[in-house]
Design a protein around this ligand. Structure first.
Ligand code: URA
Length: 233
């Protein structure tokens, strides 16, 4: 919400008083004096007038989870345990997922209560690299390297996938870097080569890497640096 609207929603100030308050430099958002009524106030913002706190600001929360296979990337599900069931935190219903993994995929999953942040993480045009370890049923055809780099045609969406980088690590194992996140993308890419993905594990999203100290099912809060790696500029 705009700062001027936030202030004029308070019963004690009319619009003219709000303009005067802003012009006089008495209003601070997150510790900074704000004079422009167009500035944004979020539920996470601390808003002060002189020494008075008008809004304390809700705590923004950010976590990485080492998702184990067999747990659903959803906030509720009628049959399976969800990733939220793995968090021992208050008010988990306020959290949502910044991206999903399939039921049997393991690895890095990000959770937050900050919708703006998660939109930046998942923005289709964000070009944030997502790195996966892939295990396949059949040996990986080296032709995949060039085909994935050129892009594959996905008829359902009628699009060409973004260039992806494939490094074959062993006959049936590879590291794949994607710059987008389409439905079942990795499985469908290998499906083009009639090769079934039998193991999939996400190592990183953007500059956030799965913490090696986290066993499957464990989680931790993100560091300030990890959060800032998806900050708006
Ligand atoms: N691609 C898939 O096919 N599944 C995932 O879980 C993630 C990417």
């Amino acid at each position: 919400m705009r700062l001027d609207r936030f202030l004029s929603n308070l019963p004690r100030f009319n619009r003219q008083e709000v303009r005067q308050l802003l012009a006089s430099g008495r209003v601070r958002v997150d510790g900074q004096v704000r004079c422009d009524g167009h500035d944004e106030v979020r539920v996470f913002s601390r808003v002060e007038l002189d020494a008075e706190v008008l809004q304390a600001g809700k705590a923004a929360r950010y976590f990485m989870l080492h998702k184990p296979p067999g747990v659903v990337s959803a906030t509720e599900h009628p049959e399976h345990r969800t990733v939220l069931d793995l968090l021992d935190e208050p008010d988990t219903h306020e959290l949502h997922l910044a991206g999903r993994l399939d039921l049997n995929t393991s690895g890095l999953l990000l959770l937050t209560n900050d919708g703006q942040w998660s939109r930046r993480v998942t923005a289709p045009t964000g070009k944030q690299p997502k790195v996966y370890l892939v295990e396949t049923e059949e040996p990986i055809d080296p032709a995949c390297i060039e085909a994935f780099a050129r892009g594959l045609y996905f008829s359902f969406e009628d699009l060409l996938t973004q260039p992806a980088e494939l490094h074959i690590l062993a006959p049936r194992q590879a590291r794949l870097t994607l710059y987008e996140g389409r439905y079942h993308q990795v499985k469908r890419m290998f499906g083009h080569f009639q090769n079934k993905v039998i193991g999939l594990h996400r190592l990183s999203v953007g500059r956030i890497q799965l913490d090696e100290r986290l066993s499957p099912g464990q989680y931790r809060a993100l560091t300030a640096e990890e959060i800032a790696s998806f900050a708006s500029h």
